[in-house]
Design a protein around this ligand. Structure first.
Ligand SMILES: [Zn+2]
Ligand SMILES: [Zn+2]
Length: 147
């Protein structure tokens, strides 16, 4: 098995994913992701917790979501770049911020969610599955697996 590498903006946090290929990613256009990323959408992928190895100082930010689950965000303690998060409603699953991957320029975005909040100037390709709001996790995983 080969490895995929990534890290934060300043380089203090580095990580390795035990994966043979780059993960497929999805974009979330919700208001929270726009605010949090400071951009038009967030881009991320699901991973199993066991595939990630991290080195460097992580800061943790926890918040309770409207549905009552606990979202645990990990960011570089030096430059505060958000690297990955988990949610108590999805044990063993991590969400990695796609832009922190070293090879982020090679990533495919294979699904879009919360497109009702999409910025109006952004045109999505018609062949990529999209949901007006959040996608059922099973459907999103299927889109990520099918590519
Ligand atoms: Zn950093
Ligand atoms: Zn979002």
């Amino acid at each position: 098995m080969s490895e995929i590498h990534g890290g934060c903006r300043c380089g203090a946090v580095r990580y390795t994913l035990a994966l043979d290929a780059l993960p497929r990613t999805y974009a979330c256009h919700c208001r929270d992701c726009q605010t949090w990323s400071g951009s038009a959408f967030s881009q991320q992928s699901f991973l199993s917790e066991s595939s990630l190895r991290v080195t460097g100082p992580l800061a943790v930010y926890e918040l309770t979501t409207p549905s009552g689950s606990l979202s645990i965000q990990r960011m570089c303690a030096v430059c505060h770049a958000r690297v990955y998060n988990s949610n108590s409603s999805r044990p063993g699953v991590l969400v990695v911020r796609a832009g922190t991957l070293d090879r982020s320029d090679e990533l495919d975005v294979v699904a879009h969610i919360w497109v009702k909040r999409k910025q109006p100037w952004l045109e999505l390709p018609t062949h990529v599955p999209a949901w007006r709001e959040s996608a059922p996790v099973a459907e999103l995983l299927q889109a990520l697996a099918a590519g």
